[in-house]
Design a protein around this ligand. Sequence first.
Ligand code: AP5
Length: 222
Amino acid sequence: ASGEALKVMISGAPASGKGTQCEMIVQKYGLVHISTGDLLRAEVSSGSEIGNKAKEYMENGCLVPDEIVTAMVTSRLSREDAKKKGWLLDGYPRSSLQAQSLESLMIRPDIYVVLDVPDEILIDRCIGRRLDPVTGKIYHLKNFPPETDEIKARIITRPDDTHEKVKSRVETYKRNADSISSTYLDILNKIDGNRPKEVVFQEIDSLLSQVQRDKLKMISIE
Ligand code: AP5
């Protein structure tokens, strides 16, 4: 039943590893991954009206206006698959206004995971990051190089991954982080994201399975 479906929110500075962890979470828990960054990048490459509006903000490392992103997220969350399988919201909310939009629609996660990584590591991760446009997989030139020459030849750099833009994205994140966390203090779990990705995942995995057990218990009591 949909009451059992897990609802997870993952947050953290740019390059803290949200997308990387989401790949692993989805593989194990089968949640519907809703990444506002990915949704927006898809709109930009399709040249849609939303994409044309969002493009300049994104390429400059600025937040896209709330109303554009909120409409996109709420419509995706209301689809049947998200209700049935549960969801993993990545990159939203990114401002207190966005958090309030979800609250007013009574959309609340079971757990709020925040990945914590020092600034200097974030910069290095962005500069080395590459994306595979075919599979959507995330690589890093040093940490996680592509497996084959074929993938190596096609990987691309994100236009917002320059040193200067990453710095400003990190600053924006820090300005908003506390006001967003204050909405989810009772379900907040801060995790040290500056460890190998498998170790970070182990910690998230044990948190999620605990939440899942608790939900099942609640349902059987009801
Ligand atoms: P978005 O795509 O959400 O970007 P972000 O938050 O800046 O996060 P990133 O995708 O940069 O990083 P990540 O945490 O997913 O890290 P990753 O796993 O890739 O948003 C992009 C833009 O869209 C925004 O700037 C804004 O314009 C717009 N936008 C999105 N949401 C919005 C909203 N709600 N409101 C308004 N505007 C919005 O990892 C990074 C690198 O590190 C990779 O190379 C990876 O291989 C490596 N790595 C990952 N984990 C590890 C590890 N444990 N050890 C070593 N290396 C690692």
